[in-house]
Design a protein around this ligand. Structure first.
Ligand SMILES: *Cc1c(COP(=O)(O)O)cnc(C)c1O
Length: 470
């Protein structure tokens, strides 16, 4: 990998400024509606930002999923779509990109990440088995549960504390994991579900030392490790920046080494792979691949398209090669850090250290007077939209859902409101506007009241639940 342009420029100028390694070739005009209209829009949406119309949103930080700006090369690739039902040439490009950059042997395409989660969990989980993981993710845990699994959180305890400055808060607590293996017996463990970076902990990375030690432990007990590779480029970048011995390795080299310690991965290409739709599943074991390739035909599509058009697979293949470049990841994580620094300078409570894809506002610290079952993070998302037209997302008690056995709310330690930054979409000026909006909401926090849930769907309730003001 060649030296980074940004780094070289910074050195020549004797200062540390940097800018994105791309320029803007096409723009999408934004509409800004007035505050009163936003108030109505928020009420009509049941105080759930998922139910707003995107046209009523000014700066959309709901998610970094499927919201990336594609490059001119990716758009050119879209014109080269081979829309054959079977054996599309774009599938082979995708297969080659996953093999080259992630290093797995066998690839099954899927329509997006949860399609891959469905296939792997239905295949490897037996009824009643435990699935230890470094913090839950909404769709991941649901697919584990629907396949008969029981998720057990084995992330290190520092991950649950928004103020702990541990550099790798995504790490697995290996003692906790080994205790689980011993107490439950390894025949009752389906696999270890490892995510890098950890979305629900605030985009926090896993260290290379941790995954290496995890591999050693799992080898001793004969347990497989499957990786949620959704934001592994960002995880690899944090290893380069923070872990001894990796400063001179490229993100691509670090990625490949990390993946070597795992037996396979599922991927939401809508994140790090810089596309608007797509996903894949990759494993090293042929027998398992054979089962997955058979199952994909039932739920997604033939094993050479898995729910994607040929052109989409081409865009993913190109997106992998672009997304893994050091300059790209540095600018991406750098923009998140820029916004985080603005907020920290104003002493606004956010999860620290700042993660890879988003800023997570600590809604508990924001609104200590609002009890968790009056949905502080949901309230904060509604307030921010109403103030400034900026859309974020709840990642707290609503996202955590109910315990399937007791039917009670799960009360997560972290009650967060997420501002996820789409890749290559917004400028630094947009980040300034966001920070000022958050500051305004923070300044009026004491007068803010919580919400009441008035409609609750059965699955993944955060997407469609409705609320009313108290
Ligand atoms: C988005 C996401 C998924 C699910 O992927 P989709 O493409 O949205 O189906 C799984 N795991 C993590 C960590 C994610 O962020």
């Amino acid at each position: 990998m060649s030296d980074s342009i940004l780094h070289t420029m910074g050195q020549q100028l004797g200062r540390r400024s940097w800018a994105e390694p791309w320029k803007i070739k096409m723009v999408e005009p934004l509409r800004v509606i007035g505050q009163e209209e936003r108030q109505h829009a928020m009420k009509d949406a049941g105080y759930n930002t998922f139910l707003l119309r995107s046209e009523d949103v000014y700066i959309d930080l709901l998610t970094d999923s499927g919201t990336s700006a594609m490059s001119d090369r990716q758009w050119a690739g879209m014109m080269l779509g081979d829309e054959a039902y079977a054996g599309s040439r774009n599938f082979y490009h995708l297969e080659e990109a996953v093999r080259d950059y992630y290093g797995y042997k066998y690839i099954v395409p899927t329509h997006q990440g949860r399609g891959a989660e469905h296939l792997i969990n239905q295949t490897v989980i037996k009824q009643g088995q435990f699935v230890p993981g470094n913090m839950y993710f909404t769709t991941t845990r649901l697919h584990q549960e629907l396949a008969g699994g029981i998720f057990v959180d084995v992330i290190i305890k520092e991950a649950h504390d928004p103020n702990d400055l541990h550099p790798f808060k995504g790490n697995v607590d290996l003692d906790k994991l080994e205790t689980l293996f011993k107490e439950r017996g390894v025949e009752n463990i389906a696999y270890v579900s490892l995510a890098g970076t950890v979305n629900m902990a605030g985009g926090q990375p896993v260290s290379m030392a941790n995954v290496k030690a995890l591999r050693g432990l799992c080898d001793r007990y004969g347990v497989a490790i499957y990786l949620d590779a959704t934001r592994m480029f960002e995880n690899a970048y944090f290893i380069q920046q923070r872990e001894e011995g990796y400063a001179n390795k490229s993100v691509a080299e670090i990625l490949k080494e990390f993946c070597q310690y795992t037996d396979g991965a599922w991927m939401s290409a809508k994140k790090d792979n810089l596309v608007n739709i797509g996903g894949w599943l990759a494993v090293n074991d042929y027998e398992l691949f054979d089962q997955l390739r058979n199952l994909v035909v039932i739920y997604e599509g033939l094993h050479t398209y898995g729910g994607m058009a040929g052109r989409d697979m081409e865009a993913v293949a190109i997106g992998i090669a672009e997304g893994v470049q050091d300059d790209q990841v540095r600018a991406r994580v750098g923009q998140v850090e820029y916004l985080g620094t603005l907020l920290l300078d104003w002493e606004i409570p956010i999860v620290k250290p700042v993660g890879g894809h988003a800023i997570f506002l600590d809604a508990r610290a924001f609104y200590p007077h609002i009890p968790q079952d009056e949905f502080p993070a949901q309230t904060l998302a509604a307030q921010l939209y109403t103030d400034s037209g900026v859309r974020g997302m709840e990642r707290g008690i609503v996202s955590a859902g109910r315990d399937p056995d007791t039917g009670e709310h799960r009360y997560p330690a972290l009650e967060l409101m997420r501002l996820a930054i789409p890749r290559r979409v917004y400028t630094q000026a947009h980040m300034d506007v966001v920070a000022e909006g958050v500051k305004t909401v923070y300044d009026s926090r004491e007068a803010t009241r919580g919400l009441k849930m008035v409609y609750e769907p059965k699955y993944l309730r955060f997407f469609q639940a409705r609320f009313e003001a108290q």
